[in-house]
Design a protein around this ligand. Structure first.
Ligand code: GUN
Length: 290
């Protein structure tokens, strides 16, 4: 039986409608307009698309969006100076530096400089460490979106074996940490490019999350019948189409549920960034989490 398609776009619309309503309330009741600054260095076409999407979504939710576009030859000092200024800027609640940066720039000191109270992209090692010790502040946007999709689909994580393929700081690592939090209670395996017999490992998963950036890596033989498959990959096929890490047509024949690319995880990444920005705006003014 073909898999149920988990529609991330529809879920994103639903969650964004709730965020938009919440933004209207903080504006009305507290005079707060949550503000997000997105920093783009250089002209990487994919990054331009992503930052543009984040900008439009932020404005559509009624928040302030400030896009800062810097030349590709911007120095480390200039970039760090900008972050320091955004940290001090009271209109800005969230700061995001789009990756990848040009090769001559080191992202680590930049991420470390972002005020943890404004770290809505959750890439500061302090923020990652808070999650790693089981006391998270902001949740990384893509893994957060993956959890929302599983929850919406009614796929339980408690006691489930989730195999995460990929160990990046953006997705694999934080997702594994979120899944093993008390209350989430998944059994987590992190597989990666050096994993022996990948198919044998992924077939253990009640849920398989593919986040490696390798088009079509996960095929039907990697998936136990009935498992849920979440595709975080965004790869360009030779013909320019956006494709995931999962061979969708083949895997949909065996999986119980599957996210498409596009229209799966991607729209939820942007949505959770909006959620984090709203939370940052509330928290910075001492308002309780919702
Ligand atoms: N590049 C690709 N995805 C992301 C993301 O979620 N955040 C940032 N900062 N850069 C990215």
């Amino acid at each position: 039986m073909p898999a149920r398609i988990l529609d991330g776009k529809a879920l994103a619309e639903k969650v964004r409608a709730r965020i938009t309503a919440d933004v209207a309330v903080v504006k009305e009741e507290h005079g707060i307009t949550p503000g997000l600054a997105a920093v783009l260095v250089g002209e990487d076409p994919a990054s331009q698309v992503y930052v543009g999407m984040k900008h439009r979504a932020t404005e559509a939710a009624g928040m302030l969006s400030r896009q800062v576009v810097l030349d590709a030859d911007t120095s480390q000092e200039e970039l760090e100076g900008l972050i320091a200024a955004l940290n001090d800027d009271d209109a800005i609640d969230g700061i995001l530096v789009q990756l990848p940066l040009p090769d001559h720039l080191d992202p680590r000191p930049v991420q470390e400089l972002i005020d943890p109270a404004k770290d809505v992209d959750a890439l500061n090692p302090y923020t990652a460490g808070r999650l790693a010790v089981g006391d998270p502040t902001f949740l990384s946007c893509t893994p957060y979106g993956v959890l929302e999709i599983l929850d919406e689909a009614g796929v339980p994580t408690s006691g489930a074996h989730v195999v995460v393929v990929g160990r990046s700081n953006l997705v694999g690592r934080p997702l594994a940490n979120m899944l093993s939090l008390k209350g989430r209670d998944a059994t987590v395996t992190v597989a990666h490019s050096r994993t022996r017999d990948l198919a044998e490992v992924t077939r253990l998963g009640d849920v398989v999350v593919a986040a490696v950036g390798s088009a079509g890596l996960i095929t039907a033989e990697h998936v136990r019948p009935g498992a849920t498959v979440i595709d975080v990959g965004t790869n360009r096929a030779d013909d320019g189409r956006l494709v995931g890490d999962v061979d969708f047509d083949g895997v949909a024949e065996v999986a119980g549920a599957i996210t498409p690319v596009p229209g799966g995880v991607g729209p939820m990444t942007v949505t959770m960034l909006l959620q984090n920005t709203l939370e940052a705006a509330r928290a910075r003014r001492g308002l309780p989490r919702r």
